[in-house]
Design a protein around this ligand. Structure first.
Ligand SMILES: Nc1ncnc2c1ncn2[C@@H]1O[C@H](COP(=O)(O)OP(=O)(O)OP(=O)(O)O)[C@@H](O)[C@H]1O
Length: 305
């Protein structure tokens, strides 16, 4: 897979504070790249630097093999973006807004407008003034505007924020379609893992301005391990059984009441050994080390990465 966007030590300092620190990001052509991180981690700032809205303090950005500068207007035309909330002319209709944007971008194509409206399922309401649109409809119109010029890279900052579950599902479908049918590359930021994990091919996790992980989702999925979780008020006694009676070494005491056993041992054998030693169990269950666990660990115990 070829790389469409790469950043080299991308850094932004605001008022002596490093907001983005030496970020080396690599986005492959045609993939959906999920950009995850808690609020304030620096996602928007990275996206603003890529789209030339903010000047990097240091580092470089390479798009389709060429280095970007603040005058790379042709390159910027090959990107579409929604950073923060999309703003429209409220009294104009969806179609008029798109037409105006097309003219402004030096790209007026009536077919492209129709196609973009169709894609985000706004054809039925395309003559209504945008002021009557819901948040979800405005987000979809923003996407129509960003994709109507057929960008190679689409950059979306928290596009799912504030949407209801149906709106989220519809947008996911649009993202998949853009990637699958149009071969578009998508960079999508979010602070909620669940929104991203279902659609992303690669995930980049940013924390306090540092890219702490960049990995293919397939790799993460293949690393998910199984374990048996024991909950008991007699942890010390239970550990004695695991080590002394069963000879197990690969386990972890998570807290004073929870033990995770990573070794491949039948649950029946485990429960028999524990009950023979009169260890009272509250529960025993087989679990997966989920993607969420992985990110919670990565983000230092924050549930919403
Ligand atoms: N123009 C600015 N001047 C000073 N500080 C800024 C500026 N823009 C952003 N910041 C700070 O940089 C940090 C990162 O902000 P950024 O918006 O990039 O984070 P984010 O990961 O996108 O979070 P959110 O999801 O909340 O937007 C924040 O602490 C923010 O206050």
């Amino acid at each position: 897979m070829t790389t469409i966007l790469r950043t080299w030590d991308l850094t932004k300092v605001y008022e002596d504070k490093e907001i983005v620190s030496s970020v080396n990001m690599e986005i492959k052509q045609g993939e959906i790249y999920g950009f995850l991180g808690p609020n304030g981690a620096g996602k928007t700032t990275v996206m603003k630097m890529i789209t030339n809205l903010v000047k990097p303090t240091a580092g470089e950005i390479e798009f389709a093999g060429e280095k970007m500068t603040h005058r790379s207007y042709d390159m910027l035309k090959r990107m579409g973006s929604i950073i923060e909330y999309p703003v429209f002319y409220d009294k104009l209709s969806a179609r008029e807004n798109l037409a105006l944007h097309g003219e402004y971008m030096g790209f007026y194509d009536a077919n492209a407008i129709e196609e973009a409206l169709e894609l985000v399922k706004l054809r039925a309401v395309d003559s209504k003034p945008v002021k009557n649109f819901s948040l979800g409809m405005k987000q979809r119109l923003g996407i129509a505007r960003a994709v109507m010029t057929k960008p190679e890279l689409l950059i979306l900052d928290e596009p799912i924020n504030g949407l209801d579950p149906l709106g989220i599902k519809e947008l996911r479908e649009v993202f998949r379609m853009l990637s699958r049918d149009y071969g578009m590359t998508l960079l999508i930021s979010s602070h909620i893992l669940g929104e991203i994990e279902q659609i992303a091919d690669t995930i980049g996790v940013i924390r306090e301005g540092v890219l702490v992980e960049q990995v293919a989702m397939d790799t993460i999925r293949s690393q998910q391990t199984q374990y048996i979780e024991l909950v008991t008020s007699e942890c010390t006694k239970a550990v004695f059984v695991l080590e002394g009676k069963l000879g197990l070494r690969n386990y972890k005491v998570l807290d004073p009441r929870t033990i995770r056993v990573y070794e491949d041992i039948p649950q029946l054998e485990l429960s028999r050994a524990l009950s023979a030693a009169e260890v009272e169990l509250e529960s025993m269950s087989k679990k997966h080390h989920s993607l969420e666990d992985h990110f919670v660990e990565l983000m230092g115990g924050v549930n919403h990465v």
